[in-house]
Structure formats: C-alpha cells, structure tokens
Design a protein around this ligand. Structure first.
Ligand code: HSE
Length: 398
C-alpha cells in the first residue's frame, strides 16, 4: 500500500525519510533553501523536496496510459514496438502502420497492424513516426493539428520542414520531440541546445553518420564499397537509400538540425540553412590508403561562427588517433562542441541501428509520460501525508 510523495517539505522529509535521504543533506538543503529531486537512476517521477507542500502522487491506477500510434515498423520501429509492449502500464499501443503486413514483426498483435489512414483515425495521444522520408509530412502535420504529440527520428523531414512543424506544434500546444533524429543514443540536440541557452556555442564538429564510419573501417580493412554498404544495411545502420549516407546528405541534414539548435534563435542564416547548401563530399572521396600513419578516416560534419558568419561543411578526413572524433567505432557517433567561453564538451554513443535509436525514441516517450503523469498530480493535492502509513517512507528513495 506504499505511496510515493510527489512533494515534501524539508521538515517532513526529515521525519519520514527514514535514512533514505541523509539527515545532513536535508539540513544543508534547508539552510540554503535548495529544492532537489529524489529519484531512482533512469526512473520516472520521484519526490521533490523543498519549500513545498506535503503532497502524495496520484496512485498509478489514477494515471491512464498514453495512447501511442506507431507509423513505421522497420529496424527502429520494431525496437520501439518491443519497448512499448513491455511498458503497458504507461503506454497503450493503438495501432502500427506497416508497409507490408507480411513483413510485420512476429510480436505485433495482428489486430494492431493497420494502414496509415486507419492509424490516423484511431484515438491517440502521441504519434511516433519512424517511417522516414519527407513523404510522411502530412501524417505528422495532421497529428499535430489534431492535438497529438509527435515523436520522430526523421532528420530529412525536420531539416526541410522543421520550422513549420514546430510552429504548428506551438499553435496546438503539443510537443514535437526529435531526440532520435541526430546521434541515435547520443543526446546531441539536447547538449547543443543547453549550451546555446547557457554560454552560447562557438563551434561544433561531429561524426554523425554511423554507416560512413562502418564502411570506412571496412574499406581500410580491404572490403569493397558495395560489400561494406550491403553489410551496413543488413545491420540496420543504413538509410533505405544508402546513397544518402555515403554522399554526406544524411550528415548534412543532421548538421542543419544542430546548427539550428546552436544558433537558430539569434542568426537568420542558421534558421534558414538548407542542407543542400552545405558544402559536402562523400566517403567515396576518402583515400583510405592515404593519410598519415595511424590515421582514422571519418566523415566529419562541422559548423562554426567565424567573424559573425556561419561556416558549415561535411567531408571525409583522416583523423589522428588522438582526435576525440577518431574514437568512434562501428556505427558510433561522436560530437565535440566548443562553447562561447571556450569549454569543450565531448559526447559519444552508438549513433545508428535498432536499439540505440529506439532508446532515444523511448526517452522522448518517457518525457511525455512524465508530463502526462504530472498533469494528474493535482488529484493527489487534497491528500495529506499523515493519512499514509509510514511504509511510504521507503518510497521516498525508490
Ligand atoms: N543511416 C543513419 C546512420 C542512421 O548511418 O547514421 C542514423 O541516423
């Protein structure tokens, strides 16, 4: 019967936390008037302790799951499907639009396999779009216009139409979440956005296309381009049309999204940058046999503000082994961001493939669930903490 507190004052926390939060930490926080959140790593919700009323969370039964419509069930969609079926307390899958029902994953219940038209007609709170390509814009715009949140990994569409989709989301007061569009499991847009809001961004450079890294390593090991690209497709790294990976288009689209996150609020050139204008060379132009000894070839996307002007480029480069970007292996991505104050931030993670990308989609969905659950918080407001058995104390740190 344990229930979790949504919020607690420092004083009540001292009496109910039962050692789950250190007494001295509570004293320090109270003396400095600090509010903090106690939550399990990777957990959802948690207890905020500060100058706050003692208030219980609504019971889990009081928060209905988010209804999710999934458009696209290929490499990444199949991973998201698996995660959603595993989290039925938070998410109810209302339908999955698959290109070909015969190719649908075995774990997809047949009654959920629908056409995009049928999917759009089903009541839902969130559309997760993983079909890719710019042709899905009407489904995304339609969902936003109906007041649905959208989670998408579609860098091609966001690079082309991101601004108008964001405006539409703003008008309807819904979220457009795009963590998976750049960097797979690497929180690239989040990190750049946070630096932009803080000290500002001076420059960034990254390995943003996992297929290119994979293929370049295979070329260096003596494979042919065709065999390496076919293997990247088989592993679920490459786009449906791998030319976009190999000629730098995919990296240019991702670079445009990072440029907007870094400078879009101040610089028209960043807001209006068209990915086709990004000077780019693909990996076919890499001479993997050349370069200094020990060099690692990577397709590098970079952007900087130089004398007030935006400079962007995508090109293969032989990186010295000590370069942070050279540490990316397989389909790994790496990003180096230099803040306006000169601080250098490094991020690296798996950037392509089913599970890393599905994790990023799931992170966006969990954020939506957190907001959704918080909107039910008010229901707990009337309950006072002393109606709760002391067993609740352990839950403070659950
Ligand atoms: N084709 C992309 C890549 C997938 O190889 O990086 C992730 O965006």
């Amino acid at each position: 019967r344990a229930r979790r507190y949504a919020t607690l004052s420092w004083a009540t926390a001292r009496s109910v936390a039962g050692g789950a939060v250190q007494e001295k930490a509570l004293r320090l926080a109270e003396a400095r008037r600090l509010t903090f959140l106690v939550r399990a790593p990777g957990g959802v919700g948690g207890t905020r302790i500060g100058e706050l009323p003692d208030r219980l969370e609504p019971s889990a039964a009081a928060v209905p799951p988010l209804r999710v419509a999934l458009l696209g069930c290929g490499a990444v969609g199949g991973g998201v499907l698996h995660h959603l079926l595993d989290r039925r307390q938070r998410f109810t899958l209302v339908g999955v639009a698959v290109r070909d029902r015969r190719g649908a994953p075995a774990e997809l219940p047949p009654h959920l396999a629908v056409t995009p038209e049928e999917l759009a007609a089903r009541p839902a709170d969130v559309l997760v779009e993983l079909a890719g390509g710019t042709g899905v814009e009407p489904w995304i715009a339609g969902a936003l216009a109906c007041g649905r949140h959208v989670v998408t990994a579609n860098k091609a569409l966001l690079a082309e139409r991101g601004a108008s989709l964001r405006n539409l989301a703003g008008e309807r007061d819904v979220s457009l979440r795009t963590s998976a569009a750049v960097g797979g499991a690497l929180p690239a847009l989040e990190a750049v956005g946070r630096l932009a809001q803080g000290p500002g961004v001076r420059a960034l450079r990254g390995v943003l296309n996992g297929t290119s890294s994979f293929v370049l390593d295979r070329l260096a090991a003596g494979d042919s381009l065709a065999a390496a690209a076919a293997e990247a497709r088989r592993r679920g790294f490459a786009e449906a049309d791998p030319t976009l990976d190999l000629d730098g288009s995919d990296a240019a689209q991702k670079l445009v999204l990072l440029v907007r996150a870094a400078w879009g609020s101040d610089l028209a050139a960043a807001r209006e940058l068209d990915w086709r204008q990004v000077p780019r060379r693909g990996i076919a132009e890499a001479s993997v046999a050349a370069g200094p000894p020990g060099a690692v070839w990577r397709l590098v996307a970079q952007a900087a503000i130089d004398g007030g002007r935006l400079q962007v480029a995508v090109a293969p480069e032989p990186l010295p082994a000590g370069d942070f970007l050279a540490t990316s292996a397989e389909a790994g991505n790496a990003l180096e961001v230099v803040s306006a104050s000169g601080e250098v931030v490094h991020l690296a993670a798996q950037g392509a493939g089913r599970w890393p990308t599905a994790e990023a989609v799931l992170a966006d969905l969990e954020e939506l669930w957190r907001d959704h659950a918080a909107s039910f918080d008010a229901a707990g407001a009337a309950e006072v903490h002393d109606e709760v058995p002391l067993a609740a104390a352990g839950e403070v740190a659950s």
